[in-house]
Every structure is written in structure tokens, then in C-alpha cells.
Design a protein around this ligand. Structure first.
Ligand SMILES: *Cc1c(COP(=O)(O)O)cnc(C)c1O
Length: 357
């Protein structure tokens, strides 16, 4: 049997989700497809906390992350909030799109704070801010409510939020917070295979996009909107993923959104208790730790590759040995997706057994 993934994405995919993907193919301009997309739309809107339509992009999250830059940043500047590998990369992507990008860099493992954003935006001339809500590389969650509150003082600036590893883990009510683009991907918190990105855009974002040149075609928000109005996507979507999404939404609404949030908090706390019990530290400070994964600081200097090797060979489990420049100095344990108290207990027992004596 293939080893089970406890890395923070892709995560384990259930048999039910896989089975849902294997339904007969349908035409993407057919009534059957339109029925499928229309049927899942209300649940998607509820999960996003928005009255706006939710768009489906056949790409990984980066497609929409780049698309949001190309749609919302015109001749003004984009402020890229940077505190880890994914948020740092968004700055590079903004520059590669030919935009005037400004970095708000804090140390890896530290959160982005509202007042830091205010200070930058007060310079004027900004079109948008990018924020990774849950920086997966460092296990850090930035304070979204605090940041969204500051953004209200800058009504001309769009707030673009990546929730790839926090979507459906904690509440991120898009409309209430005034988020202009909220995006996520399929293979992390949603526990589907990689290949689908989901996003919604505020009216302000759509109005801005209409004025921005060079949006391209594949990620043009106006194309998404025009097609969604007829329950379609601009180009042929990954229909198997949309079947998987329908099945996943069934699971999420059967469990209940609040219960899903509570389950993630409980499992995350189980992992945190394990970290404390073994005298490890957390890479992120108290109050800003992710609820979907734990980035453990290797303060004890254990041989992380050896730990990974033991977990894989003896327990058929795969964890992550740290991302980018903090490889080996950290390791990451995911509690995303379909995990339960029982499956996390199996992971923690295997970790107990695999740690050096
Ligand atoms: C994984 C991840 C991404 C990138 O997702 P891709 O599927 O590789 O495009 C972006 N943001 C965050 C926070 C992630 O964890």
C-alpha cells in the first residue's frame, strides 16, 4: 500500500473522492455540466462567505495567484506581504508580471500585522495587497481580521487573500471582511488531488479588472464571470475534479462547517500537545499558529531525514522535513482534510516510536 501523506499538501485523498472522479465524462457546454456547476454554487458561496459567484480554475493555486495580480494591478503598485516561502514567491511573481511590486518583508515565522500594512499603504499609489493567510512553509497564520480592518481605511486598494491551506479550516468570511479576491487550491485543506483552484472576486475587484490591460485570456476574471453567468467555465475544466468537489462538499455539509472548524482545532491541539510533551518548540509564535498544520522547530537538533526515513519504512507515513531555507531546522505535520482524532493518534504514536531515544 502507498504510504499515507501527512505532509501539508498534497494530503491524503479519500476513496469516496477518488470514486467520484471516475464518473462518466460530460461535455463542458452540456446541460449536465451546467447542472453540476449550478448545483454546487450555493455551497461554494456559503463556504467562501460570499454572495459573489465562485469560479473554478483548471490550474493549481498559482494560476489564480498570478491571475489576481494581472487582473487587479494596473499602473499602481502591489504590496506583497512576505513571511515565508509562498508569500515571498508572490513578490517574484508580481515582478514577473511586469508590475511595480513592493515588499513588506518580515522574518520567516513571524506574522504580518495590520499596522505594518497601514504604514506601507499610507505612502499611496497602491492598487492591491497580497496576503497569504496561512503561510504553509512556516505554519503561521496572519491575523486576517486585524488586516482586513486596516484595509477598510484604503478603499481603493484591493485585498487578495490566499487561503490555500486554511480554507474550510477556520472561518474566512469574504464579504464580511471585505476581501476582494479569496482563492484556494484543491490538494491541501480540501483534500482533493491537485489540479483545481477556486476563487471569488468582489464587485470592486471585477470593476478594477475591467480597467486593467494585459489580463491575458486564461485567467481573465471577466471571462470567468461571463461564463459563470451561464454555469460554465471559460475553457474546458477538469471535470473529474468538479465531481470530486461535489463529493467533498457533500462531506463538508454533512459534517457541518462549524464542526469541521472544531475538528481541525482539536486535531491541531493534539499535535501541539505532542510537540510540548517532547520538548520541541514551535516555529511560529503563540497566537499566530496555523490550525491546519504544525511547523515544529527542531530545537533538539534531531536528525530530521532519519526521522522521515523511519516513519516511512516502519509506519508507511510521510511527513515533511522542512521547506526551503528551514529544511532540517523544522519539520511539518499536517492535520488538514479528512483526518480524525484516531488517524492523528496513529501519526503521533508512530512519531513517538521513531524519535531518537
Ligand atoms: C501550496 C500552496 C500554494 C501553491 O499551490 P500550487 O498548488 O502549487 O499552485 C500557494 N499558497 C499556499 C499558502 C500554499 O500552501
Amino acid at each position: 500500500m502507498a504510504p499515507k501523506l501527512f505532509i501539508p499538501g498534497p494530503v491524503q485523498v479519500s476513496e469516496k473522492t477518488f470514486a467520484a472522479m471516475c464518473q462518466p465524462m460530460i461535455g463542458h457546454r452540456s446541460g449536465d455540466f451546467k447542472k453540476l456547476y449550478a448545483a454546487i454554487q450555493p455551497q461554494l458561496q456559503e463556504l467562501f462567505g460570499t454572495k459573489q459567484p465562485v469560479f473554478l480554475s483548471t490550474s493549481s493555486a498559482w494560476g489564480v495567484m498570478e491571475g489576481a495580480i494581472r487582473n487587479l494591478v494596473g499602473s499602481g503598485k502591489v504590496l506583497n506581504c512576505m513571511c515565508g516561502a509562498f508569500s515571498d514567491k508572490w513578490f517574484d511573481v508580481s515582478k514577473k508580471c511586469g508590475k511595480e511590486a513592493v515588499s513588506l518583508q518580515v522574518e520567516w515565522g513571524q506574522p504580518i500585522r495590520g499596522e505594518q500594512i497601514r504604514e506601507k499603504l499610507s505612502e499611496g499609489g497602491y492598487d492591491a495587497v497580497t496576503l497569504i493567510h496561512n503561510e504553509t512553509s512556516t505554519g503561521l497564520m496572519s491575523p486576517i481580521v486585524e488586516i482586513a480592518t486596516v484595509m477598510r481605511d484604503f478603499p481603493d486598494v484591493c485585498l487578495i487573500v490566499d487561503s490555500v491551506s486554511s480554507f474550510s479550516v477556520v472561518p474566512i468570511p469574504m464579504d464580511e471582511l471585505g476581501i476582494d479576491v479569496l482563492l484556494t487550491g484543491s490538494q491541501k485543506a480540501l483534500a482533493m488531488p491537485p489540479g483545481l483552484a477556486l476563487f471569488a472576486a468582489s464587485e470592486k475587484a471585477m470593476q478594477r479588472a475591467a480597467t486593467v490591460k494585459g489580463r491575458g485570456y486564461y485567467f481573465d476574471f471577466l471571462e470567468f464571470k461571463k461564463n459563470q453567468a451561464e454555469d460554465m467555465t471559460p475553457s474546458t475544466p477538469t471535470i473529474p475534479h468538479i465531481y470530486a468537489l461535489q463529493s467533498k462538499l457533500e462531506d463538508i455539509f454533512a459534517e457541518g462547517i462549524a464542526a469541521r472548524h472544531a475538528r481541525h482545532a482539536e486535531l491541531n491541539e493534539m499535535v501541539h500537545a505532542w510537540v510540548r510533551r517532547h520538548g520541541f518548540e514551535f516555529f511560529a509564535p503563540e497566537g499566530y499558529r496555523s490550525k491546519s498544520l504544525t511547523c515544529v522547530a527542531n530545537n533538539k537538533g534531531i536528525d530530521v531525514p532519519a526521522l522521515l526515513a523511519k516513519l516511512k519504512s516502519r509506519h508507511s507515513l510521510i511527513i515533511d522535513g522542512g521547506y526551503g531555507k528551514i529544511k532540517g531546522q523544522t519539520f511539518r505535520l499536517s492535520n488538514m482534510g479528512d483526518e480524525t482524532a484516531a488517524t492523528i493518534a496513529v501519526l503521533l504514536a508512530a512519531l513517538d516510536e521513531s524519535l531518537p531515544a
